[in-house]
Design a protein around this ligand. Sequence first.
Ligand SMILES: [Zn+2]
Ligand SMILES: [Zn+2]
Length: 565
Amino acid sequence: MNQSTVPVVSPATLEIVPLGGLGEFGMNMMAVSWEDTTILIYAGVMFPDPDQLGVDLIIPDLTFVEARREQVKALILTHGHEDHIGAVPHVVERFDGPIYGTAMTLALIEPKLEEHGIDARDRLKTVKPRETITVGPLSVEFIRVTHSMPDCVALAITSPAGTIVHTGDFKIDQTPIDGEHFDLHRFAELGARGVLALFADSTNVDRPGFTGPEIEVIDAFEELFTSTEGKLVVALFSSSIYRMQLLVDLAVQFERKVAFVGRSIIRNAEIAQRLGFLRLPAGIQIRDAEVQEYASQDVLCLTTGSQGEPQAALPRMSIDDHRFVRLGPDDTVVFSARAIPGNEKAIARTMSHVARRGADVVTDSMKHVHVSGHGSAEELKLVLSLIRPRYFIPIHGEYRQLSQHARIAARVMSGIEPRLEVLLAQDGDIVQFDARGARIADKAPAGRVLIDVTRIGEVGDEVLRDRRHLAGDGVVIAVVAISRQSGALVSEPELVARGFVFGEDEESAIFSDASAVIRECIESSNVEERADQGLMTEKLRGELRRFFKKRSGRRPLVLPVLMEI
Ligand SMILES: [Zn+2]
Ligand SMILES: [Zn+2]
């Protein structure tokens, strides 16, 4: 869209433009402006559906930000989930100015900026709850809220037109694991003083009652620690620091060592330990490489892959393709996370593979091993009652959730004067507040941008590793044709190598052995595995890598190409 389609801010008007997260889950972002000052709240991503091939991430359309480049004075963050910070590397270079967030949030952003080769360390400004910062005519106060990870805040933004409250993501956990309580007092004070507008999280609006505290899962896990004779493997989101703490504490009690398995969980656990949000008693932690040195009943693995992502640790373990961790009959594998819509098939496949190794599979429909981080209907009502806003704008959700939240708000506020007005805004709507009231006045460019990490030339860990393999040990491409019906090999695999092997004789010897490895790998897979192209590709890659390593002592980049005929 043309940048000239972004209108200028009207005088003496508070203008708010949601740029993402109102009409979908994820890629949350919002712009708040008073005259020539704009602040951005969040820069989140959304993850693509499995059928959006070649798309790694989805971020909000940044045309609006580019058009306002000179006015954008700060980026404000509430917590460290990807749907709120994942697009920070794409946004920081489109404005000059500080990025405000709590210690945990900023610590999670640092490695992201590093991966993108962006040095913005001197723009990262750490804030604490009840602290207020000033950006031109706007001031922003940070208020402690509880959620599924540590160090989360809501925002009270004061402009000449009045104060708006933005909840961020929250639930009301009255027994928080780190003792950092939801600042209900401050919410009540702001409400008593008068709040112009409330922007509140709608994620769990269709769940009745209260969501429940993080500690609620302890009972189910105590049972699992007691009943599991082998390894206990728990797959969870790598940001679920509270859940990790709770499991570490149980591991101490039940005398198991704790291993973090998976790149992102190892990194986040390190960050959380460094900042004091995760406490591990000395001697309890072992490295992933050490798991096999311990008796399986003495080990707890905290791992990635709860969504069945083929590259993550648990799905790899489930097909015997993890470097260090194998699953066996006495083990229990717990899926301690919700299934993100779209991932159900991949998760179910992983569960079947785990079951095939003889291990027990436990999900949150069998035992209470997961609790949401978002407030249910009664918590949303409580926040409305405390804030008593003049205007209400539901955020974070699909349209059906936003409209359900609007109905709930009308019920909570009925009989309270002046009457609550609800503005059901969507991405791109320009919401104005001025002396005459509030309205959705106009439309700004908004939408989605699909990011293919490889094509826009950004270099992540994965790419770097591939390049190292290429430079040092060459590449082997294996073209494998299999029957669409039976999944069996239809012809001899074709192997092509560059920069890898030595003499011609040696090459043909190695290749014929590699063909045997491929054949063996396919024949030993069952029909279900063979039908899963992504999985078979991963499995072949793993087998071939091991074969070449063993045979030549080198680690070429292995690219299996599976063709169904
Ligand atoms: Zn969140
Ligand atoms: Zn969120």
